[in-house]
Design a protein around this ligand. Structure first.
Ligand code: ACO
Length: 324
């Protein structure tokens, strides 16, 4: 018998305010046709001025706990994947802990930009699979719209705000790919590609929050190659074939990246969960938000084999295989 980290609850939250492509076309020189054809994005959600990232995280976490049948008292670990935390410090995870009223226990943030949720899940899996946590909250929460330069049409149309969360609980398995739980990972980073995607501000550089800067076509090129590599590595780590995967839950950056990866690996596009049209790129929140959408609409069922993958600033990229 082996200890596994099993996803027992999923939740998501999107701010009420929806911004359409047509609305953005009033702010920058763009159009609904351009955005839809180049990215697949039709709209994005935007947080209210007085709604910090922790509020989105708390709402998603409450829904995940409810779906797991757990209460805030059960939570003994909180990992928040975010690039857009409430404050420089403390970690948004500790703010979430306070707002939820969870007991004292470890709570910290993981920063790997759009790959953040995959990284955070692997960190939490380390705690749960080793018996150091019985009930962990893993949250991806972002307000990427706060990092936008609203004069840069190459970036400001791509991003949105939101949060998604999972509850990870200890479960027993046989040590085979039939077990429910986290089965395999691949995590990677290449800091030499930092200039392709970064924020031009920081505490120890210019003291500013900064704006997101991206060489979009270069990021696009790396994304298809790197994500394909991560998918194959994570599948090998889990001892599964890519063809066995029931559902692919990609980071939702651009529909053309999702299609490019599917083509490269011969993945049936009907198995790829896409929310990019409604959510846009919500960075670390995008995978748990897509997971939540597909669990709620009944596509993803208990026992299904899931593969989640992402690439983001760093560059960082990664994938994980989970039997739901
Ligand atoms: N509306 C209209 N025209 C635009 C817009 C816009 N919103 N944005 C760019 N253009 C123009 C450019 O100015 C350029 O015009 P030019 O030829 O006159 O110079 C033309 O469109 C083509 O620009 P490209 O950048 O080559 O367009 P591309 O087809 O590559 O699409 C895009 C751009 C959508 C950004 C794409 O490259 C992309 O999605 N890249 C990946 C982004 C991504 O995946 N990020 C993930 C990580 S995010 C994270 O980690 C935080």
């Amino acid at each position: 018998m082996v200890q596994r980290s099993v996803v027992t609850g999923v939740g998501g939250y999107l701010p009420d305010r929806i911004v359409t492509n047509d609305e953005l076309a009033k702010v920058v020189d763009t159009s609904d046709v351009w955005i839809t054809e180049r990215t697949g994005i039709r709209q994005r959600h935007r947080a209210a001025d007085d709604q910090p990232t922790s509020d989105l995280a708390v709402a998603a976490a409450r829904r995940a706990l409810e779906s797991a049948g757990r209460t805030t008292d059960d939570v003994d670990l909180i990992v928040v994947a975010t690039t857009t935390g409430d404050q420089t410090f403390p970690a948004t995870a500790t703010i979430v802990q306070r707002k939820l009223g969870c007991p004292v226990g470890p709570a910290f943030d993981v920063q790997a930009v759009c790959s953040g949720f995959v990284y955070a899940l692997s960190v939490a899996d380390g705690f749960v699979a080793r018996g150091r946590s019985k009930c962990a909250l893993v949250i991806g929460a972002e307000e990427m719209t706060r990092l936008m330069d609203w004069t840069d049409r190459g970036t400001c149309v791509l991003f949105g705000d939101g949060a998604g969360a999972v509850v990870l609980e200890a479960g027993r398995g046989e040590g085979t790919k039939a077990d429910r739980g986290v089965l395999g990972f691949a995590l990677m980073a290449d800091g030499t590609k930092q200039d392709l995607l970064y924020v031009d501000g920081g505490v120890s550089t210019n003291g500013q929050i900064g704006y997101l800067r991206m060489q979009g076509n270069q990021v696009f090129r790396h994304a298809v190659v790197n994500i394909s590599e991560a998918i194959l590595s994570a599948a090998a780590d889990a001892g599964v074939e890519v063809s066995e995967v029931d559902w692919f839950i990609p980071h939702q950056a651009n529909l053309r990246i999702l299609e490019g990866v599917a083509r490269r690996l011969g993945i049936d596009e009907a198995k790829v969960i896409t929310t990019v049209a409604e959510h846009a790129n919500t960075s670390a929140a995008s995978i748990p938000l897509a997971l939540d959408a597909a669990v709620r609409d009944g596509r993803i069922k208990k026992g299904d084999l899931l593969l989640m993958e992402a690439m983001g600033g760093g560059l960082t990229w990664g994938a994980c295989v989970v039997r739901f």
